[in-house]
Write a protein that binds this ligand. Sequence first.
Ligand code: SAM
Length: 259
Amino acid sequence: THFGARTVPREEKESLVSGVFTSVASNYDVMNDLMSGGMHRLWKDDFVRRLGLGACARATGKAPRLLDVAGGTGDIAFRAIEDIAKWLPPPPDDPPPVVVSDVNADMLEVGRHRAEERAVSPRCLVFDLGNAERLPYDDATFDYVTISFGLRNVTDIDAALREMRRVLQPGGRFECLEFSQVSDPLIRAAYDLYSKRVIPELGARVARDRPAYEYLVESIRKHPAQLELLSRLAAAGFARPTYRNITFGVVAVHSGYAP
Ligand code: SAM
């Protein structure tokens, strides 16, 4: 596992990642808007819309069970619930259809707060503490498993992929939204400049935490490119793995099905 220029032991990466997200939790949402110029909202809107949760709910007459891994403050979960709710009233029984799982308690706390503000019932949405590498759920529990801007923070990506496949029902769908690699040389040069100069500066001035945002840029640079991640989905046992680029490959969506 690499962190910056040197290799760091696993425990150290885990505590670094956890420190980063504890530090950024309170201004996480504002910083996302600022750094991506609001783009992350469009990426997430499109990502959730294409899951087709509403259509699935309409077809089966019940809400699909969705697990959002590394779900943080609930950006994917709130969109998913909105989509499902268009078709179905809140479910009367447990278990709740949408589960946000994250390793960081502070991110989850911000998420719970948002749920209260939006009057989203705890019957529809739960926030669980959990590590993506060892998910605390039985095999074949969910219809959908998503992870959005989370995979690159996980120490053992392959273990996390296998876990996410394990908790999916046969035929269940996995979708990963994550920063990826820009291949066009011109766009890449502009993007590199923005990442190296602008993002750490914004982190220092707005969130008063330059190292956390230097970590962000570094973690994007180190994350496997589109084709490598695709083969790791296959290696983790996903059927029909595919990907599509968004915004020149600044982000990519990787998908697969549990066999
Ligand atoms: N999914 C949310 C979104 O799209 O806005 C949050 C993304 S945030 C950039 C990354 C999240 O990954 C953080 O909330 C962090 O706590 C979580 N995370 C990092 N390592 C993790 C792990 N091993 N297991 C579960 N969550 C993890």
